[in-house]
Design a protein around this ligand. Sequence first.
Ligand code: HEC
Length: 394
Amino acid sequence: MDVAYLSEWANLLLRWLHLITGIAWIGTSFYFIGLDSQLDPAKDGNPRVAGEQWSIHGGGFYHKQKYLLAPERLPEKLHWFKWEAYWTWLSGFSLFVLIYWGQASTYLVDPAVLDMPAWLAVLLSAALLAGGWVGYDQLCRSKLGENEALLGAIGAAALAVTAFVSCHLFGGRGAFLQVGAMTGTIMAANVAMVIIPGQKKMVAAMQKGELPDPKYGRWGKQRSVHNTYLTLPVIFIMISPHYPMTFQSQWNWLVLLAIGLSGALVRQYFVLRQKGANPVWLPAAGAAVVALLIVTGAPERGTGSAGEAPAFAEVQTIVASRCVACHAARPTMDGFAAPPKGVMMETPQQIRRWAAGLRQQVQTEAMPPGNMTEITPEERAKLVAWVAAGAPAE
Ligand code: HEC
């Protein structure tokens, strides 16, 4: 068994784990944010109960109460919510290391953006990951952290700078995932470094018979609210590798921000809706942003299809020299055990079968990754013109 084969399996199993734990994490996170918004003033007269909610689910009635600071006594059994966050990060980070650091010359470096050795790209990526968390955390702990609106504005600006920098250091796909990994790291670190330690201090205070310091509750709530707005932008980033028109666009960092913004708007809509409002303008604004992207985003950097369609023989020559090293039953490119995504382009039938995907990938310059096989703009134009002419077999 060779390394490339095993690494494909590692990729699949880590991705599966990442999805399983990520769904569990987001599920609890959305649930508790919603619950907090839906609490009604408590009726049973206990002054410590800040709010309560009755609900029905799965054939049963539930009665939940939130204690603003703490109940009188520490309950015997207390459920914590942390492993779903930790495992989401651990699996996601491992996947990121496996793909974007392990194959940095394919997925992170794009000489058309910035030519650098793979080790430097990995170093920069790691520095950004760590720096992103430290910067964010310091900001929240500073005086500015007390003003939510100001903090939100600074956070959005910092995200814009990060997206810009990342998209000017790395190839589009790697740049997007870099921003996603940074955001996901911030979300998980919020749980591991702020929310859980604060809750532990609250529990410890109660064990000593003292009232917990309310600041831990405040800090925890602040970070958990941040996480809820970051969730949908991160999910978009995680699926973006399937859509080269986003990460390969000339203005890819703006596309990233715009789709991220529309995700946050949609989330805000649900948060407010759970509080009883119905601000439909929020998802409408999100949809307008995406509509704007669709209208303005026709490939610019990619090659047009104005040229004459070349003869099929010429297409075959180009594909053989620029694509087949990877897209073959037995790839000759180092690190590839099987044809990526099952796409093989060795025979005329195979090339024609994949014509539509070939055009999309070549036009947006998503393929070859990092232009490893050094396809020329003229060759791109020829491939696109051939597909535009109906992918003739002559
Ligand atoms: C260095 C190896 C390599 C080379 C060279 C290469 N590809 Fe790919 N190709 C990949 C990888 C890796 C993927 C899977 C990307 C992913 O994970 O989404 C891929 C995926 C594809 C897909 C499927 C995209 C999808 O998500 O459905 C198409 C189509 C494609 N390549 C076309 C081409 C064409 C056309 C060329 C030549 C111009 C080419 N590739 C050259 C590695 C390569």
